[in-house]
Design a protein around this ligand. Structure first.
Ligand code: ZN
Length: 184
């Protein structure tokens, strides 16, 4: 709240239009180490940023992208996954197993995830596709292809694939993804 008081004290962006000024949208991971405004040089009003665990092209991410172009005019999209993503550390099976035992926060060590075991757990986890990641190149490619081939996405929107390196802060393009995501 204190930070917001400082922010609003000198705020002068109250007259921005709703459509993103730079005409693009980013789909990226919720990882706390990623700051899209900083890594892509964005200011208020510049772009749509859609975030979820992994930066995956879930149905809900696609819902946002469709609103982004159809109602707010974005013309280019970027799928940005990253190195050392937490979504690489488990599978659907591991997650549903952890949840079935306990709803407390699990811990990870060299042997993988484990639970304190304090119940109750819940079996609902097995009905969710957690969209985990085995390989960043593959996941970027898969998501660019899923977005590009979605029937509500027009062919003339290019979708670019990138991996953000959490060690260097650099964005590295995944050429195969960008190639499959090109506009036609
Ligand atoms: Zn991540």
């Amino acid at each position: 709240m204190q930070a917001n008081l400082g922010y609003s004290a000198t705020f002068d962006k109250g007259d921005l239009p709703m459509p993103p000024g730079r005409g693009f949208a980013i789909l990226t991971c919720m990882d706390a180490r990623l700051d899209p405004a900083k890594y892509a040089g964005l200011s208020e009003g510049d772009a749509h940023v859609i975030r979820n665990a992994g930066g995956r092209a879930s149905d809900d991410a696609i819902r946002s992208l469709v609103v982004s172009y159809k109602l707010l005019g974005t013309r280019e999209w970027f799928v940005i996954h990253h190195t050392d993503c937490g979504m690489e550390t488990f599978t659907n099976e591991i997650m549903s197993d952890l949840l079935s035992k306990s709803l407390k926060t699990a811990s990870i060590d060299a042997g993988g995830w484990s639970d304190c075991g304090e119940g109750p757990g819940c079996c609902e986890g097995k009905y969710i596709n957690w969209m985990t990641i085995k390989d960043q190149m593959e996941s970027v490619l898969e998501d660019v292809v899923r977005i590009k081939s979605h029937p509500l996405v027009p062919a003339d929107i290019p979708v670019y694939g990138f991996i953000y390196d959490v060690k260097s802060g650099r964005l590295l393009e995944v050429p195969a993804a960008t190639e499959l995501g090109r506009a036609s």
